[in-house]
Design a binder for this molecule. Structure first.
Ligand SMILES: [Zn+2]
Length: 215
């Protein structure tokens, strides 16, 4: 048996046992049972690598006594239409347009194309929040990402991060494998825009984000 320590984001340490031939799926199950969290919202990391379901623990060099980090991310629960009347305090110094403000975590940005809207052809923002997010696969993106001014759907052009930390795994066309960026901490009044590195819009064929509150 392998005796492992599961450490949660709050610093809680749980002791679990799995067989030496166990795979990641089994460890997720055991860890979630012990922690009381939902499997689909939980991600395990060992030495900063995300453990992928279907792989064996030995693929990651996990041996007896290892410490595994458990992160719980809620998916699809943080959606809320921004209340513009309460948005005054959430504006940042970058842009004072009424419908362009950032809130903590991931924000989807784009332009409102509705001619009737006060924000027509202006930048607008939708607050997505925290979670384990695959923007290309965000099941509600086409229905819920709406302009805070006119409540009409807008097309997401960029991902903005504000006062959070984000883990990013991406693949671009032509890449052989995925690239994992170091954990990015976005602090203070500045935001961070994904895909702007080098001044060019990046075309991701795969993009996975884990957006968490700052510790
Ligand atoms: Zn609008």
């Amino acid at each position: 048996m392998l005796h492992l320590i599961i450490e949660t984001e709050t610093g809680k340490k749980l002791r679990v046992e799995v067989s030496e031939t166990a795979n990641v799926d089994k460890l997720v199950e055991v860890a979630c049972d012990e922690n009381g969290s939902a499997k689909e919202e939980s991600v395990l990391f060992f030495k900063e690598r995300e453990l992928q379901c279907g792989k064996a623990l030995s693929d990651y060099g996990i041996t007896d006594g290892a410490t595994i980090i458990l992160k719980v991310a809620t998916r699809g629960r943080m959606f809320k239409a921004p209340d513009v009347s309460k948005s005054e305090t959430k504006k940042t110094g970058k842009n004072n347009l009424l419908y362009w403000y950032l809130d903590k975590g991931l924000n989807y940005g784009g332009k409102c194309r509705n001619k009737e809207c006060k924000a027509h052809e202006q930048n607008v923002m939708f607050h997505r929040g925290f979670g384990k997010i695959d923007p290309s696969d965000d099941e509600h993106i086409d229905e819920i990402v709406r302009c805070p001014g006119c409540k009409k759907v807008f097309e997401v052009e960029a991902n903005f991060f504000f006062q959070c930390q984000v883990e990013i795994v991406y693949k671009k066309s032509g890449d052989e494998g995925v690239t994992r960026l170091p954990v990015k901490r976005v602090v203070g009044d500045d935001y961070w825009k994904l895909g702007e590195e080098g001044g060019e819009k990046s075309n991701y064929t795969a993009l996975k984000l884990v957006v968490s509150p700052l510790e």
